[in-house]
Design a binder for this molecule. Structure first.
Ligand code: GLY
Length: 313
């Protein structure tokens, strides 16, 4: 009899992180934060819990950690607000939930799950999503919980650059897409994916990225894979990244690595950058990204447990 199989992968964003720009101490802090989230998700799966619970457990910790662009420590909009997006999907039956533009929900991934499990809808936005969150008695937090001085500095830097450049330079100077996400396979063979983000520094006009869009930044289907993405949201939406990877695996029989590399290649051809994590029914947990680094980790029932930052590790 084969032993029960489970696997999990997490990410904390992709971007231009370079060894020479991160102190050893900073690297150690990020690795420890990733390991804590990975271990939380792994513990759920090792104990026979569901892929959905594992994904939520890992993402809540990443949302609460101010280093990552989700929940606490999310980037600011142009108007200086932290507007949060999240989505979750259950591979069993392709049920999904998502929310965009919320400002008072401490853990947006819990809101996405509540939308999936306790509403007849898939995607709620802004004031309506906040009302639903209150009705569901999800934990609330004030602006001071989400705001950090470093994110404020990044917004001021972006505004200064836009002024100097006559309005050019829309996005983060160093293109660190700090979205967080997790994908998992549980012991009974079900897949789940979750993604949570503050979006892009200086976003305006109610901009929505790929993270809360089912198919773009997040997708799960037991027949093929579970995907969570991080990167240039506009391009990830146009390529329909997460669903494309699962479709290639399902219809073309590609491995997770081949499918993910192909679709991230398409993102690159359109001038986008970023990456994905993929969990598959065979127990594999795969990364693909076209940036110099991606905060990431993976673990499985066979004893794999690794976290990494840079592309060459
Ligand atoms: N990938 C995150 C965003 O574009 O909002």
């Amino acid at each position: 009899m084969t032993s029960p199989q489970w696997s999990i992968a997490i990410h904390g964003g992709a971007g231009t992180m370079a060894r020479e720009r991160m102190s050893d101490e900073q690297q150690a802090e990020y690795r420890a934060a990733l390991a804590t989230a990975l271990d939380a998700g792994s513990a759920v799966l090792a104990g026979g819990g569901s892929a959905l619970d594992a994904v939520e457990a890992a993402i809540v910790l990443l949302e609460d950690d101010p280093r990552f662009n989700a929940g606490r420590g999310a980037v600011f909009t142009y108007e200086g607000v932290n507007e949060l997006d999240a989505s979750i999907m259950d591979g069993r039956d392709r049920l999904a939930g998502a929310a965009t533009g919320v400002t008072t929900v401490k853990n947006p991934i819990r809101l996405a799950r509540a939308v999936m499990e306790h509403s007849p809808h898939v995607f709620l936005s802004r004031e309506g999503a906040e009302t639903f969150a209150r009705e569901q008695e999800l934990e609330q937090a004030g602006p001071e919980w989400f705001a950090t001085p470093e994110r404020r500095r990044q917004l001021e830097e972006l505004k200064a650059r836009q002024t100097e450049g006559g309005g050019l330079g829309w996005f983060d100077a160093d293109l660190k897409y700090g979205t967080v996400g997790a994908v998992a396979l549980d012991q009974v063979g079900h897949l789940a994916a979750g993604t949570s983000t503050g979006g892009l520094t200086g976003k305006r006009w109610g901009r929505i990225g790929d993270s809360p869009i089912i198919g773009a930044g997040n997708y799960a289907d037991d027949r093929s894979c579970a995907v969570s993405a991080t990167g240039a949201g506009e391009v990830f939406i146009r390529v329909n990244v997460a669903a494309q990877i699962c479709t290639r695996m399902h219809l073309l029989g590609e491995s997770a690595q081949v499918a993910a590399d192909h679709v991230i290649g398409e993102v690159g051809q359109l001038g986008g950058d970023g990456g994905v994590i993929v969990a598959a029914p065979d127990g594999s947990a795969t990364f693909s990204f076209n940036t110099p680094g991606m905060y990431r980790g993976r673990a499985d029932a066979g004893g794999l447990r690794e976290v990494a930052i840079f592309a060459d590790e």
